[in-house]
Design a protein around this ligand. Structure first.
Ligand SMILES: [Zn+2]
Length: 174
């Protein structure tokens, strides 16, 4: 397995959107990690941690119940920097192919009457949820996706030359 990208992402120019983070090939199979980025790194406040937790539950539940996509989903979870989520899918689709799915998933948050899986038996920190703020962030991101449907920048990361350290090593941020 050798698929190391020759570029790195310029985090100072990232806008919200749907981006390929990495593709891993395992024999005949591919697995793709996508960044679903809701916030501009280092340039705006990150997502409230309780809302982030609720969005993790709500959208994971949505994706794993969607009849067309549930068998493709390997993982949905929050980025440690609280600016977005990781989505891992079977295959190697272009980010644009996930546009409809992400729009429906974030739109569906607005219809939720509760966050699924918030009993102590189901969750690592069941007190830390915020459905109303989750709806606020989800609506904001869905409106952004709709307004930028024709903007290529929401599907492709700005690239930068890969950093070479003083010791001559190439830098990898993940
Ligand atoms: Zn939880």
């Amino acid at each position: 397995m050798e698929l190391i990208q020759s570029f790195s992402v310029d985090h100072t120019r990232i806008v919200p959107g749907i981006f390929t983070s990495r593709v891993d090939r395992l024999g005949d199979y591919s697995v793709t990690t996508y960044d679903i980025r809701l916030k501009r790194p280092n340039r705006e406040p990150v997502i409230d941690v309780a809302a982030m937790h609720s969005l993790e539950h709500l959208i994971a539940t949505y994706l794993r119940n969607d009849p067309d996509w549930k068998d493709e989903v390997i993982y949905w979870g929050p980025m440690g920097c609280l600016t977005g989520f990781y989505l891992i899918l079977k295959g190697s689709r272009a980010p644009r192919e996930l546009y409809g799915l992400m729009l429906s998933a974030f739109r569906a948050v607005n219809d939720a009457r509760e966050v699924p899986g918030t009993a102590p038996e189901n969750c690592g920190y069941w007190r830390m949820h915020n459905l109303e703020m989750a709806k606020w962030y989800a609506s904001e991101f869905a409106a952004y996706l709709e307004a930028n449907a024709d903007n290529d920048d929401i599907f492709e990361y700005p690239r930068a030359e890969r950093l070479v350290t003083g010791d001559g090593q190439r830098f990898f941020d993940s």
